[in-house]
Design a protein around this ligand. Structure first.
Ligand code: PNS
Length: 178
């Protein structure tokens, strides 16, 4: 149900966050200023094979959001629209980087509206500084030994370094979707 006067304005910011980047954190801190409560929902995505497990992604974001008292990080196992309804959120927040994001975002927002008409989607323009940034490009560069320390929070950088060091040492570190 949408928030009325005097009600808590709760928003959900969903994503794969594999891994979280400074672009994600920029959206989180801005959304946390716009809403009374922000729930960062870390999704299981059956179509993607994540580098980090769901638990690792939740833990990384919890570490990053410690200084934001109105932000909660939780795992998201099912339908986003149903989750938003179940926590009483009036808004789903998404970041928009470029025109290329639009089609996918439009499709998702339309489907979510179909499923939960009372929950609106709110798009925040990504800061220009992070317009080119994605989790996929961070993983690719980090995997090949490039410096991503300016693109992700320090705790995420440490985990990436550790993960790819283990990978190049021949340790199998496949993350499951669960
Ligand atoms: O960071 P991503 O991968 O672009 O985020 C996509 C995400 C997690 C928001 C989307 O896949 C999602 O909402 N997943 C939850 C399952 C669901 O509700 N799917 C239908 C979306 S219309």
């Amino acid at each position: 149900m949408a928030a009325g006067a005097g009600e808590v304005r709760r928003a959900v910011y969903p994503g794969s966050f594999d891994p979280p980047t400074l672009g994600h954190l920029d959206i989180i801190s801005r959304a946390a200023r716009l809403f009374d409560e922000l729930i960062v929902a870390v999704a299981v995505n059956a179509q993607k094979k994540p580098l980090f497990t769901l638990e690792e992604r939740v833990a990384m974001l919890q570490e990053c959001c410690q200084h934001l008292p109105n932000v909660r990080v939780v795992p998201l196992q099912g339908l986003l629209a149903r989750f938003a309804q179940s926590v009483g959120a009036c808004v789903i927040v998404r970041g928009l980087r470029a025109v290329s994001d639009f089609e996918y975002e439009f499709q998702m927002a339309s489907m979510n509206r179909q499923l939960a008409p009372e929950v609106d989607t709110c798009f925040l323009m990504t800061h220009q500084q992070y317009a080119f940034l994605s989790s996929s490009i961070v993983k690719e560069v980090a995997r090949l030994g490039g410096d991503v320390s300016q693109l992700v929070p320090p705790n995420v950088h440490a985990r990436l370094t550790q993960r790819f060091a283990a990978e190049s040492a021949g340790e199998a570190t496949p993350a499951t979707n669960l």
